[in-house]
Write a protein that binds this ligand. Sequence first.
Ligand code: ZN
Length: 364
Amino acid sequence: MTQAAPMSTTSSATSDTPGTMRALIKHHAGPGLQLVHDRPIPEPGPREIRIKVNKVGICGTDRHIWEWDEWAAGRIPPGIITGHEFAGVVDKVGEAVTKFSPGRRVSAEGHMTKALDYNSRTGNAHIASDTRIFGIDCDGCFAQYIVVPEENGWPIHDDISDKHAAVFDPLGNAVHTVMAANVSAKNVLISGVGIIGLMAVTVARAAGAARIYCTDVNPPRLELAKKLGAHEAFDARDEHWIKHVRAETHEGVDVLLEMSGAPAAMDQGFRALRNGGTAALLGLPARTVDFDFNAHIIFKGCTVLGINGRRMWETWYQMEKLLLSKRLELDDIITHEFPMSEYEEAFRTMMSGDGIKVLMNVDE
Ligand SMILES: [Zn+2]
């Protein structure tokens, strides 16, 4: 991968006041976000890179922050810049940075760790005990500039667009889940086809899954899942599909990818899973779930995988190769782009379900 020629390190903020930038912040401990124009442009520390942000993605997490639910109220420090999905260009680097120079197109892994704990040192940095996430624990990317540790930067391949690079974070969740469950030549059930579930359909297809079944309670999303490569898609409110799938797959699917977090979908998914199958769980239940461990896990002898974040950096390399293979269909999932000045409409579109993955252009 070649690096672009270094550009001037002088910042060129399009804000009203020099040295300040436009940013979408969590302005108070309550619902909504606020667009401000006077946020100071951050300076990179010795081992940090500053990135001029171009495109950002609105995540389900940002929705929780917008709505200020129990999770957000307990986790998000009011005053921070939100957002963790983006594509941009390196604008300035700290004096100890060796890998990046200004002008390089980049995205970044949102999970930051000091790389000193047990998991970081044994190849599992995605579940490090000291993980902090930008846009959640500290300033994020819904701004003209973001500063991240050099180790967190990911150079964007020349043949990958900013539109696709802006969704590396959720796409990486999908790739991580699909690859962890090893779907090649297996029958796969994906329960929940929201943003990441839909991405999992196209990833599972590209990764060589045999038959792909999907469930959800949203008929248009089920139709889209079929367009992206699901062989059959069922409305989860009618449980007849379980019998049909178990019959068609000789005793159940080999792999369950749980993307909904809905207790009923978890119960159905495990009923459709064959004995000895593998379940990879990414969806987050809103509260403690009543779950039949005996029937679903113990007597079934199945393997259950909890999926968090993206493997650093195996998932990122897999994602790049899958994108370059041109086998992923993302353009039907990324439905809208808005100027960040229209952030209210962008969030409304995402939260109402009118849009699926919604991007914003921070300079507009
Ligand atoms: Zn996200």
